[in-house]
Design a protein around this ligand. Structure first.
Ligand code: TXA
Ligand code: MG
Length: 320
């Protein structure tokens, strides 16, 4: 029997009895559990093979529920929440002692967001507790943007994937914290930097291992296919230099001549960066299944979603 289902009532039953359920969001699928259930949270870490030092994002249905978990809500955080919630923005705020340390990996802060997906909003509204949910993939691999991706990863290690269709944004949330009241971007994501700046003015970016040793998700290698993957400016040149190899090619505007050895994937027919972000991971999943020799991606323009896409491609191609 497939574990993929549309049955919200069944998801509620599982979550109410300390089990985990994969849930749809507009960014990527998450692997969710009751933040107050030690059993559920431990299962999330175990199923993902995620190190315990890497904290989880807490998902709530309303700003009031977010406020109930934190000591304070700085003005800039309020502006961002007003502008982007429900949506693909995660805020890191000082936590109340009632938020379990297992969720936050012992940190004094908690990551919070209201996801913008009708199925998961209904689920959250019908539960008595918030849901901790990291992306529903084994640690370090590509995040799932379809229920089938989650099923392929975890099979019978979990009891249910709540099907909410294909994730519309397709890239994880943008993560923002505050240092001395200044906003700091810890992860580029589905809300473009320009959109953030339009609401609160300039921000600092600390999204590398060196600049943000306290945000472990910024590990350099992440989001990686099992096929060796490269990021270049000129894919035609790369292909010419790798004659005889079976190559999966991810482009946005470059024209590449088809040959029997190439699998060509143009992420957006109109060079639309949001459209490209939405299908990036599903394209990487698809190419990874083909057992090619190499995957090569063309670097995107360094603005809007292009910046977030490049961040993921850089981490996917790192070797350490
Ligand atoms: O779009 C998303 O954010 C998805 C969906 C499911 O909501 N979730 C997601 O979770 O991407 P995950 O666990 O794959 O990434 C969460 C990131 C990690 O890099 C983690 O280190 C960081 O958030 N994080 C969580 N709590 C933190 C905290 N208190 N301080 C700093 N970083 C934190
Ligand atoms: Mg993740």
């Amino acid at each position: 029997m497939s574990i993929i289902s549309h049955d919200i009532a069944q998801a509620i039953t599982l979550l109410n009895t300390d089990d985990v359920v994969a849930i749809p969001t507009e960014t990527v699928y998450g692997l969710a559990g009751n933040i107050y259930s030690e059993q559920a949270i431990k299962k999330i870490f175990a199923v993902k093979k995620r190190p315990l030092f890497n904290p989880l994002i807490v998902h709530v249905a309303t700003i009031a529920q977010a406020e109930a978990l934190v000591l304070g809500f700085p003005e800039k955080a309020q502006k961002l929440a007003q502008a982007f919630w429900p949506g693909s923005l995660t805020l890191i705020l000082k936590k109340k002692p009632t938020v379990p340390d297992l969720i936050t990996a012992g940190k004094d802060s908690v990551a919070l967001r209201i996801p913008n997906h009708p199925v998961t909003l209904e689920l959250l509204n019908r539960l008595d507790f918030p849901l901790a949910a990291p992306s529903a993939n084994p640690f370090g691999s590509i995040s799932p943007t379809q229920a089938s991706h989650v099923n392929d990863y975890f099979k019978d290690a979990i009891n249910m994937v709540l099907d909410g269709g294909t994730c519309t944004n397709g890239l994880e949330s943008t993560i923002i914290g505050f240092e001395n009241d200044e906003a700091v971007v810890y992860r580029l994501g589905s809300i473009a930097l320009e959109e953030i700046i339009a609401v609160i003015g300039n921000v600092t970016i600390k999204n590398t291992k060196d600049s943000a040793p306290l945000a472990p998700g910024m590990l350099s290698r992440h989001y990686a296919p099992s096929t060796k993957t490269y990021l270049v400016d000129d894919v035609a040149l790369f292909i010419a230099n790798h004659a005889g190899k079976k190559i999966g090619v991810i482009t946005h505007d470059q024209q590449v001549t088809a040959t029997p050895l190439l699998v060509l994937k143009r992420l957006s027919q109109t060079a639309n960066l949001k459209e490209a972000a939405a299908v990036l991971y599903s394209t990487m999943h698809e190419l990874d299944r083909l057992k090619l020799d190499l995957i090569v991606a063309q670097r995107f323009p360094d603005y809007g979603m292009g910046k977030s896409i490049n961040d993921r491609l850089e981490r996917a191609t790192k070797t350490n």
